[in-house]
Design a protein around this ligand. Sequence first.
Ligand code: SF4
Length: 277
Amino acid sequence: MTALPAPFTFSQSSLQNYFDCPRRFELRYIEKLNWPAVEAEPVAENERRMADGNFFHRLVQQYLLGLPADKLSRLASAPEASPDLLRWWDNFQQNFRSLTDFGSLHPEAVLSAPIGNHRLLAKFDLIAVRDGRATIYDWKTYHKRPKDEWMAVRMQTKVYRHLLAKAGSHLNGGKPFAPEAIQMTYWYADYPSEPAAFRYDAAQFKRDESALETLIAEIESSTSFPLTGDEGKCRYCAYRSYCKRGARAGDWHDAEAEAEAHETFDINFEQIAEIAF
Ligand code: SF4
């Protein structure tokens, strides 16, 4: 049997990591191995881009929590801020002119639900509710806009919509959202007029539930976690040298979204709105 702790808190990141490479899941979440390889080159540019992305998320969060836009604009246009940050912030402001565009706002919402012997948890950039319908917004600062087909099958798309249907009733006056009332929108800060929107329905909810339960049962019962057969995944993986899958990282321009699956999951567990375990 695996040494997977029970209950284990699964997230879209850990499931995506397992999906991309079982060995990466084992190293990261079971062995908890910190391996200091860089995930993308050039290092400085990659780190700057990630820092800008985090800063952008914080600006938007503060805005949604009610801080004045002009104060946040001054931060985005400070001399030390990067042109990327200012461009993303300007794009955001132009596309979401007023908080009332969103309906009732739940920025940085955290939802969790039991799944098998474990639990599934997600932290959302924003859940906006209007007239019994919910839109999940996720801000992406990718340099290249991914294809919709690629985003549609990401674990994030499955997990977020599923969790909102399953554990989001407190955002809807105590009534669960019907899957048909849920939409997930990825808004790309560099492609502000080309968001990707994914609707949901009861049939997809059932398929996702079954797929997630099967995947988690598979992880729970795994006794070996093989290295991925797709060595392209190794180019952006911190364990590359540990696995002897090449010394040099891939270029971040080619795979920001791949690298994003490694994001650390910063959760304050006291914030978790959890249904009975
Ligand atoms: S380097 Fe490749 S095989 Fe090793 S954990 Fe990373 S993705 Fe998996």
